[in-house]
Ligand binder design. Structure first.
Ligand SMILES: *[C@@H]1O[C@H](CO)[C@@H](O)[C@H](O)[C@H]1NC(C)=O
Ligand SMILES: *[C@@H]1O[C@H](CO)[C@@H](O)[C@H](O)[C@H]1NC(C)=O
Ligand SMILES: *[C@@H]1O[C@H](CO)[C@@H](O)[C@H](O)[C@H]1NC(C)=O
Length: 225
Protein backbone atom coordinates (compact mmCIF):
# COMPACT_ATOMS: atom_id res chain seq x y z
CA UNK A 1 0.00 0.00 0.00
CA UNK A 2 1.63 3.24 -1.17
CA UNK A 3 -0.07 5.25 1.56
CA UNK A 4 1.35 3.01 4.29
CA UNK A 5 4.84 3.21 2.81
CA UNK A 6 4.59 6.99 2.66
CA UNK A 7 3.33 7.12 6.20
CA UNK A 8 6.20 4.95 7.42
CA UNK A 9 8.69 7.30 5.76
CA UNK A 10 6.83 10.26 7.18
CA UNK A 11 6.82 8.92 10.70
CA UNK A 12 10.58 8.43 10.62
CA UNK A 13 10.98 12.05 9.57
CA UNK A 14 8.83 13.45 12.39
CA UNK A 15 10.41 16.31 14.24
CA UNK A 16 9.33 16.34 17.87
CA UNK A 17 10.23 19.27 20.11
CA UNK A 18 8.60 21.74 22.42
CA UNK A 19 6.18 24.21 20.87
CA UNK A 20 3.33 26.37 22.15
CA UNK A 21 0.22 24.42 23.03
CA UNK A 22 -3.29 25.26 21.97
CA UNK A 23 -5.55 23.38 24.38
CA UNK A 24 -3.56 23.50 27.64
CA UNK A 25 0.02 23.57 28.86
CA UNK A 26 1.29 20.10 28.00
CA UNK A 27 3.27 17.92 30.39
CA UNK A 28 6.99 17.42 29.68
CA UNK A 29 6.22 13.91 28.38
CA UNK A 30 3.53 15.27 26.06
CA UNK A 31 5.90 17.94 24.75
CA UNK A 32 8.29 15.19 23.67
CA UNK A 33 5.43 13.66 21.66
CA UNK A 34 4.52 16.87 19.85
CA UNK A 35 4.42 16.48 16.07
CA UNK A 36 5.30 19.95 14.85
CA UNK A 37 4.77 19.26 11.17
CA UNK A 38 4.72 16.42 8.66
CA UNK A 39 6.56 16.59 5.34
CA UNK A 40 4.39 18.22 2.68
CA UNK A 41 1.79 19.30 5.22
CA UNK A 42 -0.37 22.41 4.75
CA UNK A 43 -0.47 25.00 7.57
CA UNK A 44 -2.93 24.05 10.31
CA UNK A 45 -4.27 25.62 13.49
CA UNK A 46 -4.45 22.43 15.61
CA UNK A 47 -1.84 20.36 17.44
CA UNK A 48 -0.79 16.74 16.97
CA UNK A 49 1.01 14.41 19.35
CA UNK A 50 2.30 10.91 18.73
CA UNK A 51 4.32 8.31 20.59
CA UNK A 52 4.36 5.20 22.74
CA UNK A 53 2.61 4.39 26.00
CA UNK A 54 3.84 1.35 27.92
CA UNK A 55 1.05 -1.03 28.91
CA UNK A 56 3.24 -3.80 30.42
CA UNK A 57 6.70 -2.77 31.65
CA UNK A 58 7.80 -6.33 32.52
CA UNK A 59 6.98 -7.67 29.05
CA UNK A 60 8.15 -4.46 27.34
CA UNK A 61 4.79 -3.96 25.62
CA UNK A 62 3.89 -0.50 24.30
CA UNK A 63 1.05 0.88 22.19
CA UNK A 64 1.46 3.62 19.60
CA UNK A 65 -0.99 6.53 19.41
CA UNK A 66 -1.56 9.62 17.34
CA UNK A 67 -3.64 12.45 18.78
CA UNK A 68 -5.10 14.99 16.36
CA UNK A 69 -6.62 17.81 18.36
CA UNK A 70 -9.83 19.54 17.33
CA UNK A 71 -9.76 22.34 14.78
CA UNK A 72 -13.30 23.44 13.93
CA UNK A 73 -14.23 23.80 17.62
CA UNK A 74 -12.07 24.76 20.64
CA UNK A 75 -9.93 21.72 21.50
CA UNK A 76 -10.12 22.41 25.24
CA UNK A 77 -13.89 21.85 25.24
CA UNK A 78 -14.31 19.25 22.47
CA UNK A 79 -14.79 15.58 23.37
CA UNK A 80 -12.05 12.96 23.16
CA UNK A 81 -12.77 10.16 20.67
CA UNK A 82 -10.74 6.94 20.63
CA UNK A 83 -10.51 5.32 17.19
CA UNK A 84 -9.80 1.57 16.95
CA UNK A 85 -9.44 0.17 13.44
CA UNK A 86 -10.56 -3.48 13.24
CA UNK A 87 -9.03 -6.29 11.22
CA UNK A 88 -8.04 -7.86 13.56
CA UNK A 89 -4.61 -6.51 12.74
CA UNK A 90 -5.28 -3.22 10.93
CA UNK A 91 -3.48 -0.05 12.00
CA UNK A 92 -5.61 2.88 13.20
CA UNK A 93 -2.83 5.23 12.13
CA UNK A 94 -2.45 3.59 8.70
CA UNK A 95 -6.18 3.41 7.93
CA UNK A 96 -8.33 5.58 10.20
CA UNK A 97 -5.94 8.52 10.46
CA UNK A 98 -4.41 8.33 6.98
CA UNK A 99 -7.23 7.15 4.74
CA UNK A 100 -10.53 7.78 6.49
CA UNK A 101 -11.29 10.37 9.18
CA UNK A 102 -7.85 11.86 9.95
CA UNK A 103 -6.79 15.46 9.43
CA UNK A 104 -5.08 14.88 6.08
CA UNK A 105 -5.39 12.96 2.86
CA UNK A 106 -2.28 11.87 1.00
CA UNK A 107 -1.98 13.46 -2.45
CA UNK A 108 -1.40 11.44 -5.64
CA UNK A 109 2.25 12.61 -5.70
CA UNK A 110 2.81 10.53 -2.52
CA UNK A 111 4.81 13.48 -1.16
CA UNK A 112 2.32 16.08 0.00
CA UNK A 113 -0.80 16.22 2.15
CA UNK A 114 -4.12 18.03 1.81
CA UNK A 115 -6.64 18.83 4.51
CA UNK A 116 -9.32 16.13 4.70
CA UNK A 117 -12.71 17.73 4.12
CA UNK A 118 -14.32 14.93 6.16
CA UNK A 119 -11.92 14.95 9.11
CA UNK A 120 -13.56 14.16 12.43
CA UNK A 121 -11.24 16.59 14.21
CA UNK A 122 -13.65 19.28 13.04
CA UNK A 123 -15.80 18.28 16.02
CA UNK A 124 -13.58 16.20 18.31
CA UNK A 125 -10.07 15.46 19.52
CA UNK A 126 -9.22 12.23 17.67
CA UNK A 127 -7.04 9.66 19.41
CA UNK A 128 -5.93 6.95 16.96
CA UNK A 129 -4.54 3.83 18.67
CA UNK A 130 -2.61 0.99 17.01
CA UNK A 131 -3.94 -2.07 18.84
CA UNK A 132 -3.18 -4.76 19.92
CA UNK A 133 0.63 -4.98 20.27
CA UNK A 134 2.04 -6.24 16.96
CA UNK A 135 -0.31 -4.06 14.89
CA UNK A 136 1.02 -0.94 13.16
CA UNK A 137 3.77 0.60 15.28
CA UNK A 138 2.63 -1.05 18.53
CA UNK A 139 5.01 -3.73 19.73
CA UNK A 140 6.10 -6.09 22.48
CA UNK A 141 9.62 -7.10 23.48
CA UNK A 142 8.17 -10.47 24.54
CA UNK A 143 7.60 -12.48 21.36
CA UNK A 144 5.03 -14.80 22.97
CA UNK A 145 2.73 -11.75 23.42
CA UNK A 146 2.17 -11.84 19.67
CA UNK A 147 0.87 -15.42 19.88
CA UNK A 148 -1.10 -15.05 23.12
CA UNK A 149 -3.17 -12.13 21.87
CA UNK A 150 -6.97 -12.11 21.93
CA UNK A 151 -9.98 -9.88 22.55
CA UNK A 152 -9.74 -9.91 26.34
CA UNK A 153 -6.07 -9.00 26.39
CA UNK A 154 -6.65 -6.35 23.72
CA UNK A 155 -9.37 -4.73 25.85
CA UNK A 156 -7.23 -4.79 29.01
CA UNK A 157 -4.19 -3.37 27.21
CA UNK A 158 -6.30 -0.60 25.68
CA UNK A 159 -7.70 0.23 29.11
CA UNK A 160 -4.21 0.44 30.64
CA UNK A 161 -3.15 2.54 27.66
CA UNK A 162 -5.95 5.04 28.37
CA UNK A 163 -5.13 5.25 32.10
CA UNK A 164 -1.44 5.86 31.37
CA UNK A 165 -2.12 8.19 28.43
CA UNK A 166 -4.27 10.42 30.64
CA UNK A 167 -1.27 10.89 32.96
CA UNK A 168 0.61 12.35 29.98
CA UNK A 169 -2.43 14.38 28.86
CA UNK A 170 -4.18 15.37 32.12
CA UNK A 171 -6.17 18.08 30.33
CA UNK A 172 -8.28 15.22 28.94
CA UNK A 173 -9.17 13.84 32.38
CA UNK A 174 -12.95 14.08 33.03
CA UNK A 175 -13.49 15.09 29.37
CA UNK A 176 -16.45 13.56 27.53
CA UNK A 177 -15.02 10.37 26.05
CA UNK A 178 -16.30 8.19 23.21
CA UNK A 179 -15.02 5.06 21.44
CA UNK A 180 -15.61 4.26 17.80
CA UNK A 181 -14.67 2.37 14.67
CA UNK A 182 -15.84 -0.42 12.36
CA UNK A 183 -15.42 -4.02 11.28
CA UNK A 184 -13.57 -6.20 13.82
CA UNK A 185 -13.82 -3.28 16.23
CA UNK A 186 -17.31 -4.79 16.63
CA UNK A 187 -15.32 -6.85 19.17
CA UNK A 188 -12.81 -4.26 20.36
CA UNK A 189 -15.21 -1.36 20.95
CA UNK A 190 -17.97 -2.99 23.04
CA UNK A 191 -15.47 -5.09 25.04
CA UNK A 192 -13.35 -2.05 25.94
CA UNK A 193 -16.55 -0.10 26.63
CA UNK A 194 -17.75 -2.81 29.02
CA UNK A 195 -14.41 -2.84 30.84
CA UNK A 196 -14.44 0.96 31.23
CA UNK A 197 -18.07 0.86 32.37
CA UNK A 198 -17.31 -1.78 35.01
CA UNK A 199 -14.16 -0.03 36.23
CA UNK A 200 -15.75 3.41 36.53
CA UNK A 201 -19.24 2.38 37.74
CA UNK A 202 -20.21 4.24 40.93
CA UNK A 203 -17.39 6.78 40.64
CA UNK A 204 -18.89 10.29 40.83
CA UNK A 205 -16.42 12.18 38.63
CA UNK A 206 -14.49 9.51 36.70
CA UNK A 207 -11.16 10.42 35.13
CA UNK A 208 -12.24 8.38 32.11
CA UNK A 209 -15.59 10.09 31.52
CA UNK A 210 -17.09 7.46 29.21
CA UNK A 211 -20.18 8.71 27.37
CA UNK A 212 -20.78 6.14 24.66
CA UNK A 213 -19.61 4.09 21.71
CA UNK A 214 -20.38 3.69 18.04
CA UNK A 215 -19.48 0.87 15.63
CA UNK A 216 -19.96 0.78 11.86
CA UNK A 217 -20.47 -2.49 9.91
CA UNK A 218 -19.52 -4.30 13.08
CA UNK A 219 -18.26 -7.88 13.10
CA UNK A 220 -20.01 -9.25 16.18
CA UNK A 221 -20.85 -12.90 15.53
CA UNK A 222 -21.50 -14.92 12.38
CA UNK A 223 -25.18 -15.57 13.12
CA UNK A 224 -26.24 -11.97 13.80
CA UNK A 225 -23.91 -10.41 11.24
C1 LIG B 1 11.88 -2.76 24.30
O1 LIG B 1 13.26 -2.99 24.16
C2 LIG B 1 14.00 -1.86 23.69
C3 LIG B 1 15.44 -2.33 23.48
O2 LIG B 1 15.95 -2.83 24.66
C4 LIG B 1 13.88 -0.74 24.71
O3 LIG B 1 14.56 0.41 24.21
C5 LIG B 1 12.41 -0.39 24.89
O4 LIG B 1 12.28 0.60 25.89
C6 LIG B 1 11.63 -1.63 25.31
N1 LIG B 1 10.20 -1.31 25.36
C7 LIG B 1 9.48 -1.28 26.49
C8 LIG B 1 8.06 -0.90 26.34
O5 LIG B 1 9.93 -1.56 27.57
C1 LIG C 1 -9.05 26.47 12.22
O1 LIG C 1 -9.19 26.50 10.83
C2 LIG C 1 -10.44 25.99 10.36
C3 LIG C 1 -10.42 26.02 8.84
O2 LIG C 1 -9.28 25.40 8.34
C4 LIG C 1 -11.58 26.84 10.91
O3 LIG C 1 -12.80 26.26 10.53
C5 LIG C 1 -11.49 26.87 12.43
O4 LIG C 1 -12.46 27.75 12.93
C6 LIG C 1 -10.12 27.32 12.88
N1 LIG C 1 -10.07 27.15 14.33
C7 LIG C 1 -9.59 28.08 15.14
C8 LIG C 1 -9.61 27.73 16.61
O5 LIG C 1 -9.14 29.13 14.75
C1 LIG D 1 -8.54 -10.90 30.82
O1 LIG D 1 -7.25 -10.30 30.82
C2 LIG D 1 -6.85 -9.85 32.10
C3 LIG D 1 -5.55 -9.09 31.91
O2 LIG D 1 -4.66 -9.77 31.08
C4 LIG D 1 -6.73 -11.02 33.04
O3 LIG D 1 -6.36 -10.57 34.34
C5 LIG D 1 -8.07 -11.75 33.12
O4 LIG D 1 -7.92 -12.91 33.88
C6 LIG D 1 -8.54 -12.12 31.72
N1 LIG D 1 -9.89 -12.64 31.79
C7 LIG D 1 -10.25 -13.73 31.11
C8 LIG D 1 -11.70 -14.12 31.25
O5 LIG D 1 -9.47 -14.35 30.41
Amino acid sequence: MAAAAFLAATMLALSCHAAPATAATPTAAAKLDRVVTLPGQPRVNFSMYSGYVTVDAAAGRALFYWLVEASGVPAAAAPLVLWLTGGPGCSSVGYGASEEVGAFTINADDKTLSLNAYSWNKVANMLFLDSPAGVGYSYSNTTSDLYNAGDNKTAHDSYIFLVNWLKRFPQYKHRDFYITRESYAGHYVPQLSQLIYRNTKGIKKPVLNFKGFMVGNAVIDDHND
